[in-house]
Design a protein. Sequence first.
Length: 369
Amino acid sequence: MTTSIPLVDLRAQFDEIAEEVRTGMADVLSATAFIGGPQVARFESEYAAFVGVRHCVGVGNGTDALEMAFRAVGVGPGTEVVVPANTFIATAEAVVRAGGTPVFVDVRQDTLLLDPERLEDALTPRTRAVAPVSLFGQVAEIERIEEVIGARPIAVVEDAAQSQGAERLGRRSGAFGRVAATSFYPGKNLGAAGDAGAVTTDDDDIARAVRLMGAHGSERKYDHETFGFNSRLDTLQAVVLSAKLSRLKDWNARRGEAAARYDELLTGIPEVRTPVTADGNAHVWHLYVVRVPDRDRVLEALHAAGVGAGIHYPVPVHLTGAFAGFGVGPGTHPVAEAAADEILSLPLHPHLTPAQQERVVDVLSTALR
């Protein structure tokens, strides 16, 4: 397959920051400050300010960030974490890595985000955390989730891997709950040039626990206070992230313009169900996810025409082979299961042109006929 319109254009992004990154990397190489260099502290401070929290702890990747956030709020053997059935597997995988058990909850029909109305039945005396996922670029209804939790000792851990810059009721993603985790995988709205992630929080104890955890439990060399492992933000990745962070607001605005253009172009094609932005949300459009009939055939036609569409995600987490032993079978989460057969992610990134979008919609319309 030759893709003439990519799902995401990382080359165009890098071209915009290339000179700044080369200069920054040259400084790192010259100083040989490869681990924990000043560029890491700089980015952590910048991103904490961007999110609106006191602490940002850079880590190796988004899955580590989730696991460390879960561990920091007490997830371990004998505990449960509620996660949405519609998410990338890392959300549930990180629960298992921390020693806990994921409990899946179905999602809302309109936004495909965790449905607060289904949450109460999933809570038990073993529930240690709820992990709403701010998916596709918009924040889950976290204030409603907190209302359902009430006074119970259950932490909210936001999975903010797809929502850098998104807002709900004026508050930015990554600032919700007791702690949040994000991923800087290259294709994210704020992406590194490799793997990277971060934990954000206003809680001093959580921030310290995560930082210790990512450095073998050590604040001072060879003084290991607690169990940990190696998960730190690479200095070279911090250079890339700082360069991109300064452009994120503009890039997110361009994504929004592209999403609005898709909305307009897709008007009048009844087979296409366009995405919904929840009231109170400022969406940053990590993905533009439509729903169509006969999705697999449509996807094949798009690929054949050089349109790099994708599926996020073709199998709900509870139906993957990895979670087959958790006793959650087909029919348990019908909204997520039905959506998995229909969802289709159209190309969307800050450098997408109107002409490319017109081509995408033309091919899609032809495929649906």
